[in-house]
Write a protein that binds this ligand. Structure first.
Ligand code: PNS
Length: 163
């Protein structure tokens, strides 16, 4: 049984993330999506909200589960008996950081391999940051994420603006 973890911030998940999860679920027996409790960044959504959003968005894929995690991705992989860390690669701009992270992870945990899935072309430009930027200025989000996620982003931003 080959288990893969897919760590990330997912603040919030986009069609790009969901595409990687769906494709990984075909290649691996079990995919555990790890939502990082990143206190250094100030995320739009709490870790519980991000987990909840991903659970709803992946409910029809039986071999995918969502978990929050703290600390190193390699430790999250080991705790979950995963042999593989999955990362999506959009463009050459991602490559330098991703290569460095994969190599660091390999030094820390030689028993865990990183597998890159190249993002589908239609989502190559997309990121959570871009989606939030468009949302802040009231742009159309329909190409970026499913309706439920769009609603969550809009209501979160509306509440923030009122604060
Ligand atoms: O969605 P993101 O923000 O690109 O994901 C980055 C993430 C969470 C995969 C990365 O920051 C990470 O693995 N953080 C946990 C700490 C760690 O293991 N760092 C890698 C060693 S350099």
């Amino acid at each position: 049984m080959v288990i893969a973890v897919y760590p990330g911030s997912f603040d919030p998940a986009t069609y790009g993330h969901l595409d990687v999860i769906q494709r990984a679920s075909v290649s691996f027996d079990k995919v555990i999506v790890g939502v990082l409790h990143n206190s250094a960044k100030s995320p739009l959504f709490s870790v519980e909200e991000r987990v909840n959003i991903l659970e709803k968005a992946t409910k029809d894929i039986p071999n995918v589960i969502i978990k929050p995690f703290n600390g190193l991705s390699v430790n999250f992989a080991r705790e979950n008996h995963a042999q593989v860390i999955i990362r999506g690669l959009r463009a050459v701009t991602d490559f330098e950081y991703e290569l460095q992270m994969a190599q660091t992870n390999r030094v820390l945990a030689p028993d865990v391999d990183t597998v890159f899935l190249t993002t589908s072309l239609e989502y190559a430009y997309l990121s959570s940051t871009i989606m939030k930027e468009v949302a802040y200025f009231g742009g159309d989000l329909t190409k970026f994420a499913p309706a439920e996620i769009i609603e969550a982003v809009k209501s979160k931003i509306a509440n923030r603006v009122q604060e």
